[in-house]
Design a protein around this ligand. Structure first.
Ligand code: SAH
Length: 213
């Protein structure tokens, strides 16, 4: 246990703070959540490395820096309603939940959904709701969302997600014309207008669905 704590502290210092993510609430969340408990036991020793970690079924848990960067770009405040597309391991959802947000997360693969759901419940994250569905359709019953984060990359920004984003609202999403060649976009909705910022190149697993690949 001590070893994991030490690895987590090093991860925050060397991979996150050193690369310019300094938001204290994000750093606190990355220090608090036991990342190794979101991967298979055989991979726990690699959980704090500077790389993504496989979570089965061809999917991955993003590199720590990418999780921290996306979380910082979202500018989360307590009580915000946040929609995540791509629950995967549940780690990103746990990070957001630890920042006192109300988290709604959607996963399309049944086995991953089931594991993440029971894991988050076991860890007592009662402010996270998990749904099995095509997340490119959003979660209309719970919209609008103050923040939307998409952790898989598709060819376009799904229009249902733009519609379900609150005004004002922020969405962070990787988008690219070809698979594994994506730009991380931060999209602002304000006074009925959309404005977007390019945050650089990234490589996420595929966003698969009616508004994805
Ligand atoms: N945020 C995750 C990272 C998971 S990888 C974590 O913290 O572990 C991206 C996930 O997106 C995969 O589990 C994949 O199955 C899922 N995904 C891909 N397309 C999707 C869609 N249309 N709706 C919901 N989930 C999707």
């Amino acid at each position: 246990m001590k070893g994991f704590l030490r690895n987590r502290e090093r991860m925050v210092r060397e991979q996150i703070e050193a690369r310019g993510v300094t938001d204290p609430r994000v750093l606190a969340a990355m220090r608090q959540i036991p990342r190794h408990l979101f991967v298979d036991e055989a991979l726990q020793a690699q959980a704090y490395g500077d790389h993504p970690v496989p979570i089965g079924l061809g999917q991955t848990l993003s590199q720590p820096y990418i999780v921290a960067l996306m979380t910082a770009l979202l500018m989360v405040r307590p009580q915000m309603r946040i929609l995540e597309i791509g629950t995967g391991s549940g780690y990103q959802a746990a990070i957001l939940a630890s920042m006192d947000a109300q988290v709604f997360t959607v996963e399309r693969i049944k086995q991953l959904y089931a594991i993440a759901r029971s894991r988050l419940l076991e860890m007592k994250f009662f402010n996270v709701r998990v749904k099995l569905d095509d997340g490119t359709l959003g979660w209309p019953e719970h919209s609008p969302f103050d923040r939307i984060i998409v952790t898989a990359g598709g060819p376009e920004v799904p229009s249902p997600l733009l519609e379900q984003l609150a005004d004002p609202g922020i969405m962070v999403i990787p988008v690219g014309p070809t698979k594994r060649e994506q730009r991380l976009l931060r999209i602002f909705k304000k006074d009925g207008r959309i404005h977007q910022e390019d945050q650089g190149g990234v490589a996420f697993v595929d966003l698969v669905g009616s508004h994805g690949w």
